[in-house]
Design a protein around this ligand. Structure first.
Ligand code: HMN
Length: 288
């Protein structure tokens, strides 16, 4: 399961329905053009927390049908409604997804026992491996080294998607659990994570910048840090522009600019104004 995974975007039409043709094009683009090792489906980038249970299943279906066995597939199934998370975990496992992943439960301030129970409940319902999705800036859930260790005691928990700028904690996890998989989550910090020997990365900007992500990751593995730093710099010029213009709508606009029907974002996320669209195209021209 090591390697580089796109945090897959989903194409929606203006009414918020899944645009199947567009989603298939995004899948193909990530496999054929960005040359990713895998796809992380229904994560934050897939606007997972804005869509219905039926749409989540529909997206799992379409992506598996389009990707087949070309690349590894990870299904993000985490949800505040634990019954829904379990249902999705079973659904994706039956479809043949290589692993599931679940965001730490958020909104309510769950204590660690509750978080552990959430993961065990999901895992006890399926015969599949799980990757913890840790993103404290969005969930407010900060787990320490010991707590990761407790979750890792379950052999079916094979790793973590670590989306945090805490490189002290990242190094401690790497050192303490060499057999677990660590995926870096912040694309703008990929080099820093790579020198700490993460096993791969999962990123939203890989939808358009996957080839540079691979260069950063592989150059770092080869110890060619000066060259990796140059590619990270070019990447961060791009990411700074994307973040400034609106993360997901800008990536979608860049995909459309490259001929991939990435559609619209789901409300309440807004789509770009005419000016924003122009800006997205300028950033693509300059930095892609
Ligand atoms: C996902 O769940 O869709 C991604 O794995 C999330 C991924 O870590 C991205 N984080 C967010 O979008 C919150 C990053 O790729 C991020 O978009 C990028 O580093 C720009 O900040």
């Amino acid at each position: 399961m090591k390697g580089l995974y796109t945090a897959l975007m989903c194409s929606f039409d203006e009414k918020g329905n899944v645009n199947e043709k567009g989603l298939r094009e995004i899948v193909r683009h990530n496999i054929d053009v960005q040359q990713m090792d895998g796809l992380y489906v229904n994560g934050s980038t897939g606007e997972n927390f804005l869509i219905s249970l039926a749409q989540k299943k529909q997206i799992f279906d379409i992506v598996k049908n389009e990707a087949g066995d070309d690349v590894k597939l990870i299904a993000q199934v985490g949800a505040l409604n634990l019954d829904e998370a379990v249902e999705l975990a079973k659904y994706a496992t039956d479809l043949g997804y290589n692993a599931i992943s679940a965001v730490t439960p958020f909104y309510y301030k769950f204590d660690f026992e509750e978080i552990k129970d959430y993961y065990n409940t999901i895992l006890n319902s399926v015969d599949n491996d799980l990757i913890i999705y840790s993103i404290p800036a969005l969930t407010g859930v900060n787990m320490n080294l010991e707590q990761f260790g407790e979750l890792f005691e379950n052999d079916k928990v094979i790793g973590v998607k670590f989306t945090a700028p805490d490189f002290f904690l990242l190094e401690r996890i790497r050192h303490a659990y060499p057999e677990k998989l660590i995926f870096s989550g912040f694309d703008e910090m990929l080099l820093s994570a790579s020198v700490l020997n993460v096993d791969g990365a999962i990123g939203s900007t890989f939808n358009v910048n996957g080839q540079r992500a691979r260069q950063i990751f592989e150059l770092a593995q080869e110890g060619r840090i000066d060259e990796a730093r140059d590619v990270q710099k070019a990447t961060n010029d791009l990411i700074a522009g994307i973040l400034d213009n609106g993360l997901y709508p800008t990536i979608k606009e860049m995909l459309k600019y490259k001929g991939v029907d990435a559609g619209f974002c789901r409300k309440p996320m807004k789509s770009l104004s005419e000016e924003g669209i122009k800006r997205a195209q300028e950033i693509a021209d300059k930095h892609l």
